[in-house]
Design a protein. Structure first.
Length: 130
């Protein structure tokens, strides 16, 4: 199975998709600092109107809709990539402060900031001389 095949998900009846288009798993980088986790997802073709981020029962789902990418009055002769929608889900632990999640999208890159809850942030303990 090629890498291209692994990145494509199947449209199955269980997902109840409204649009009959291919759906891809966006590639995601995850970074961690002492205060937050950051998810950076490549979703070419999406913008703030066509991307959705939902959180339900500790499941964070990102999805994006991409139009067909065809140029009007031209016919496609050759294509090196496929156009489709994006969808990916992550299970969040209680270590994330779910009320403070922030999302931005710019030039097809979705950036999520997932702040850590105060109870899991590292704390410096002062040492007193006795």
């Amino acid at each position: 199975m090629s890498e291209k095949d692994l990145q494509k998900t199947e449209n199955t009846a269980a997902t109840e998709r409204i649009r009959n288009v291919k759906t891809f798993l966006p590639r995601v980088d995850i970074y961690e600092t002492k205060d937050a986790l950051f998810l950076i997802a490549d979703m070419p073709g999406v913008d703030e109107q066509t991307v959705d981020v939902e959180l339900e029962k500790n499941i964070l789902t990102i999805s994006g809709r991409v139009e067909n990418g065809r140029v009007q009055d031209y016919s496609l002769v050759f294509s090196e990539y496929e156009v489709g929608d994006y969808e990916r889900s992550f299970t969040l632990s209680d270590e994330i402060d779910k009320d403070k999640i922030k999302a931005t999208v710019r030039q097809g890159v979705l950036r999520l900031e997932l702040p850590k809850a105060e109870k899991v942030k590292p704390k410096k303990i002062a040492i007193n001389a006795a």
